[in-house]
Design a protein around this ligand. Structure first.
Ligand code: G6P
Length: 609
């Protein structure tokens, strides 16, 4: 998704903007650009392609030393990736430069109106409309001008604005797309994401929807949607710049996989008190309230939805409340049966996914109570929820999620146990056994991570696959969904996940000699059933790989290859079995020389529908 940066201070602006844009690369982009303001003139340099291309262009074309500017990484929505469609966009009179993340939904009408007034457009973007509107309504007062323009535009957007007449100000607007302000000493920053400013400051303002701000070198003034000045709380970031850098690993994805034990420790340890009591900070769901829920909806997208699939099994099993796990993009457009006796659990790493946010609002508008599981503190989904449990996974940079997925799973277990205990639905010994299993996860994951060379060797065997199938039953099926997504998103191999029992209803017709089938057989209760499915595909020529526990009855005799991992309580087994699947996806993509951290066409944070 698009990324915004801005800077005002005493440093040369171009390197600061380019460094910031590099930190936003992981969000996914296809072009980039910067505008710098010096001596009353705005210079804009843009380029299709990578930040490194833009860097070269800036080196050759820009000789100035401006100390104020804005920059952007674009992920095309309106108009193809090109130099012209890249941001920043200039107004017809050269006075305004604008960067934008999101979509101006009524831009077609606005563009036509502006064209009728004789204004010509240089690009195909919706953003250019904003630049021209600023010029049209400008009366010397930036606040009034911005309020006027905001009253004209509809949609989801955050904006960074430079005005040639105002060499000491950057303006920022947030409406449904993330935007933060970094607070430095005699310098201030604007960014879509904390990682872009971490090198310079750890103190930020988190803008809320509708708020806008004026950044000067020595001050930042934030306004509410009515234009009244408001006080913002300074949020201090606790993680450091190294946490958002590769630290010697070839890819962020591998680094983040290796960080999983620690991320789970950080998410779990502070939440376990004496006698295994689970402590969920600022959690307001009481026994009575929990008992009033007739239904739970889990709403999420992508891998977070796969966590929800695990959640369905775990929460239903422990609380005996019926759980439905719905894709946020589907839920938002149907007529879901939701009322005040419904709990909506919303899962999101970024806390900004457009469909997930819309589903949250849909559930809330129908009376549901909303509990979110979010990684990014202060994100929109967190802000709009009744209760939030943070995952504390730290920044996740690789587009393909790993440690966020794992910490989300952990929170699901903790929540299910907490609710089950409060509602007297779980025997104390079972409760203690699951807590013990959760506490042991980091150590067991470390053991599995040591299997990486074995998995790498297997991966080289599968580097030329065209198709892959992942099968499993119950929780194994929920993990098969994630295993399949991991492989396809980073290696571009066509891959599908099926409930093993469904094979016979169609998919088995696709199996022929050497078709790759990976079976997740960690659910010991269903081991024989899944093994039967393996025999069926093997009899039709498939090459099979099974993921088994060291507790399996006759470890994978029927399989061509197997990965044997430690066993644990059945309900938390997904946390272990997903690890070899993440590594397998990673090493297959590596063998295929794919752009692992930034797979083609994908974005880390999908903030438009
Ligand atoms: C994108 C990411 C996925 C993620 C999904 C939902 O597709 O590539 O890794 O699972 O968005 O994102 P969220 O931030 O809501 O968890």
């Amino acid at each position: 998704m698009c990324g915004i940066v801005g800077y005002i201070g005493s440093q040369d602006v171009a390197p600061v903007l380019l460094n910031g844009l590099e930190k936003l690369e992981y969000r996914g982009y296809d072009s980039a650009g910067i505008s710098a303001l010096e001596n009353g003139e705005i210079t804009t340099i843009k380029s299709k392609g990578k930040i490194s291309d833009l860097r070269k262009k800036v080196k050759f074309e820009y000789e100035g030393h401006a100390e104020i500017g804005i920059g952007h990484t674009r992920w095309a929505t309106h108009g193809k990736p090109s130099d012209v469609n890249s941001h920043p966009h200039m107004s017809y009179d050269g006075k305004f430069s604008v960067v934008h993340n999101g979509i101006i939904e009524n831009f077609v009408t606005l563009k036509q109106d502006l064209k009728n007034e004789g204004i010509s457009f240089a690009s195909d973007t919706d953003t250019e409309v904003v630049a021209h509107l600023l010029a049209k309504y400008y009366n010397g007062d930036m606040k009034q001008t911005i309020l006027k323009v905001l009253s004209k535009i509809e949609g989801a957007y955050s904006l960074g604005i430079l005005c040639a007449d105002k060499p000491e100000e950057i303006w920022a607007v947030r409406n449904a797309s993330p935007l933060i302000i970094g607070l430095g000493a005699d310098e201030n920053f604007l960014a879509s994401d904390i990682t872009a400013v971490l090198k310079y400051t750890k103190n930020i303002y988190q803008l809320n929807d509708g708020e806008f701000a004026c950044l000067k070198k020595n001050s930042v003034q934030v306004f509410n949607p009515a234009g009244e000045p408001i006080e913002k709380e300074v949020v201090a970031i606790t993680w450091n710049v190294e946490a958002a850098e590769k630290g010697g690993y070839e890819h962020f994805m591998l680094k983040e996989i290796m960080e999983e034990p620690e991320a789970i420790r950080k998410t779990v340890s502070p939440r376990l008190g004496e006698n295994n009591e689970i402590i969920l900070d600022d959690f307001t769901l009481t026994k009575e309230k929990l008992e009033s829920f007739k239904k739970i909806y889990i709403l999420a997208c992508g891998s977070a939805w796969h966590v929800g699939m695990v959640g369905k099994y775990v929460i239903e099993e422990l609380t005996r409340i019926p759980v439905e796990c719905d894709l946020a993009s589907e839920f938002r457009y149907r007529n879901p049966v939701v009322d005040e006796n419904t709990l909506a659990i919303v899962i999101s790493q970024s806390g900004e996914t457009a469909d997930t946010l819309a589903a949250l609002r849909e559930a809330k508008s129908r009376g549901a109570r909303v509990l979110s599981i979010v990684n990014v503190v202060g994100s929109t989904i967190a802000n709009e929820s009744d209760d939030v449990i943070y995952t504390w996974a730290g920044p996740e940079i690789a587009v393909a999620t790993t440690k966020a997925y794992s910490t989300q799973l952990t929170i699901i277990y903790l929540f299910a146990l907490y609710a089950a205990k409060l509602m007297d639905k779980i025997a104390p010994e079972e409760y203690d056994a699951i807590i013990a299993a959760i506490q042991k996860l980091p150590e067991q994951i470390e053991q599995i991570l040591q299997m990486k060379d074995e998995i790498k060797a297997l991966a080289s065997r599968y580097a030329f696959l065209e198709h892959a199938y992942f099968i499993g039953r119950n929780l194994d099926y929920a993990v098969a969904l994630e295993a399949s997504l991991k492989l396809k998103e980073i290696s571009y191999i066509h891959s599908e996940a099926y409930a093993a029992g469904e094979l016979k209803h169609g998919t088995i017709s696709l199996i022929e000699d050497d078709t790759f089938v990976c079976a997740l057989c960690c659910c010991e209760r269903l081991y024989d059933k899944t093994m039967n499915s393996i025999k069926e595909v093997a009899a039709r020529g498939a090459e099979t790989l099974a993921v088994l526990t060291d507790n399996s009855p006759n470890p994978g005799e029927e399989c061509d290859f197997k990965l044997v991992i430690p066993s644990t309580h059945e309900l938390v087994m997904p946390s272990l079995e997903v690890i070899p699947m993440q590594l397998l996806g990673y090493y297959i993509a590596l063998a295929r020389r794919c752009d692992i951290d930034k797979p083609r066409n994908l974005a880390k944070s999908v903030t438009v529908e």
